[in-house]
Design a protein around this ligand. Structure first.
Ligand code: NAD
Length: 352
């Protein structure tokens, strides 16, 4: 492969324009082309980054000898476009949610295998420094046993999203992060959704999860709140971690009693201890994830969030919607979260 990979973006709307900027600025890539059906966006992004513009991405694939592509189309168009890029031997990065269904997501994984290319998925929060720092602290057992993980992702409705509801669009972020951080598979799901301002899809979901390790999960996600909040807390034996995804901040609220108990001074209880805010270097998560993608394209799999993780999040989103529509608790087959060594997709579609 050449030193600078020939990169392109399919769909340069809200997210794709950022992919174009990052590819144009990374030393390992040259943004050579973009494709979009919207002539104004096409013209603006191609002029800004001096990239060739196409209305038909298939023509771009045929003309440009591409090495890597980002697919940032509406979700229900991901599968077809990713199939077309991968069939041309191009390493492909697909925005999250990977697909509008598990079947569609699995077709993309099969295509990546058949054409021997990297398939990356845009679970951007995995590249958020606060999430990375929290994962390291959990792995070093700072929290002890985990009791609960609670995610709040609320804000106003983005009118450009028409093809999926808030479960596919936003809950997929948290479902992926929750299994990643706890290292534990979700075993049961119950949920209530509401369709309030949107005609076709839900715009609010409240979900209750149970993980293999007996951890309780809470999802509070909507497009109805007039302020944007993106927070996750993890409560455990020795205290509580709190993340603000937006500001990339991480706090630890220590349980003073757990510390005393450790030193033989107290019985089981909970009391307020010190509060620590960790110093983290801010980075652009999109840049970090596209760097990981390009590195995987050049050097092979490196922990990049891949198709299996993407389809797992889609599967869990489907089960959330099912739990709500069937008004019952859905039990899921055992699952060991990636990145562990188990990548066996057995169990998709067999939830009870
Ligand atoms: N990782 C994240 O945090 C994050 C954030 C926002 C969006 N996204 C994802 O990115 C994807 C795109 O979302 P968005 O918010 O940028 O939407 P958007 O509507 O702003 O952009 C989509 C673009 O695709 C173009 N398009 C549609 N059909 C096309 C076709 N056949 N060929 C070429 N171009 C076509 C549209 O003209 C538009 O410019 C979605 O899957 C969304 O879930 C991810």
């Amino acid at each position: 492969m050449p030193n600078s990979l020939r990169a392109a973006v399919i769909g340069v709307g809200s997210m794709g324009a950022n992919h174009a900027r990052v590819f144009a600025r990374m030393p390992t890539t040259t943004l050579v082309a973009i494709a979009d059906i919207d002539p104004h966006l096409r013209e603006r992004v191609s002029r800004t980054y001096k990239a060739n513009a196409y209305s038909d991405y298939r023509e771009m694939i045929a003309q440009e000898k591409l090495d890597v592509v980002s697919v940032a189309l509406p979700t229900n168009l991901h599968n077809q476009a990713a199939h077309d890029t991968m069939a041309a031997g191009i390493h492909s990065f697909v925005e999250k949610p990977l697909a509008e269904s598990v079947a569609s997501g699995r077709a993309m994984i099969d295509a990546a295998e058949r054409y021997d290319v990297v398939l990356g998925v845009g679970h951007i929060e995995r590249y958020n420094p606060a999430v990375i720092a929290l994962k390291q602290r959990l792995d070093s057992d700072q929290l002890g046993r985990i009791y609960q993980i609670h995610a709040r992702r609320i804000g106003p409705f983005p009118p450009r999203i028409q093809d999926v509801g808030v479960v596919f669009d936003l809950a997929t972020h948290e479902l992926n992060i929750m299994e990643y951080l706890t290292g534990s598979g979700i075993r049961s799901i119950s949920a209530e959704v509401k369709r309030t301002l949107q005609n076709e899809h839900e715009d609010l979901v409240s979900g209750i999860l149970r993980f293999d390790d007996d951890i309780v999960g809470v999802l509070d996600i909507n497009w109805l709140t007039p302020t944007k909040i993106r927070q996750l807390s993890i409560l455990g034996e020795r205290g509580m971690f709190l993340i603000n995804y937006l500001t990339q901040e991480l706090w630890f609220y220590e349980n003073r009693s757990a510390q005393d108990r450790w030193e033989g001074l107290a019985t089981v209880s909970v009391s307020e201890g010190s509060v620590t805010k960790y110093e983290l270097e801010r980075v652009e998560p999109l840049r970090a994830e596209l760097e990981a993608f390009v590195d995987a394209a050049l050097n092979g799999y490196n922990g990049l969030v891949d198709g299996e993780e993407g389809v797992r999040a889609v599967y869990l989103a489907e089960q959330l919607l099912r739990a709500s529509s069937e008004r019952r608790v859905i039990s899921l087959p055992p699952y060991v979260p990636i990145p562990s060594l188990q990548k066996d997709p057995v169990g998709y579609g067999t939830a009870r």
